[in-house]
Design a protein around this ligand. Structure first.
Ligand code: 5GP
Length: 175
């Protein structure tokens, strides 16, 4: 059975409040450059930017972890880099989920080296009980327990990304 952990409505409501929180944190009139991590971050970015009224620009990055299956090794490779420079821009990394924190830790390091004005991070989901490295996440949609989740951008073997909610993957089937 499909076990919904976070409904579509809950996600949309939370994204509206995150957008308001983000907009309050930047000086009025400053542009925000959102960097989404593919593929999982695409849906969160799309919904987030549609409820923001600040001037935003966006870019995409694709990373691959050398770890296979449902764990991360911490060794990360850039599959697709950004199209534009981050120099002197307010950057927000937009991620689907922070689990061990290794991917995000790596990403924050490489983006900070590109001379942005500020770098913050927004993650739709966080699993703090799984963290192996301390990583700063400025905006968290939902804190969840240690479940493998799919939907709303998150996959299992490339499936389920299109679900409008977050579901717990129980046996890889019947979702
Ligand atoms: P970390 O480096 O923080 O351990 O892992 C981050 C990445 O692992 C995420 O961007 C995501 O691709 C994947 N990941 C971690 N937890 C889950 C999960 O519960 N479901 C899915 N589908 N992917 C996950």
């Amino acid at each position: 059975m499909n076990k919904i952990l976070i409904s579509e409505q809950e996600i949309q409501d939370r994204i509206r409040s995150l957008a308001a929180e983000i907009e309050q944190d930047y000086p009025k009139g400053d542009e925000i450059h959102l960097v989404a991590v593919l593929k999982g971050g695409f849906m969160f970015l799309a919904d987030l930017v549609r409820v923001m009224s600040t001037g935003v620009t966006m870019d995409f990055m694709a990373l691959s972890s050398y770890g296979k299956g449902t764990t991360s090794s911490g060794q990360v490779r850039v599959l697709k880099d950004l199209d534009s420079s981050l120099e002197n821009r307010h950057v927000i990394i937009v991620e689907d989920i922070v689990d061990t924190g290794l991917t995000l830790h790596y990403l924050q390091d490489i983006l900070r080296a590109r001379a942005p004005k500020t770098v913050r991070t927004a993650c739709l989901l966080s699993k703090p009980s799984r963290r192996t490295v301390a990583v700063q996440v400025d905006y968290i949609g939902f804190t969840i327990d240690d479940h493998f989740v799919v939907g709303y951008g998150l996959d299992y073997a490339e499936k389920y990304r299109n679900l409008p909610h977050i579901a717990i993957l129980e046996n890889g089937q019947n979702l």
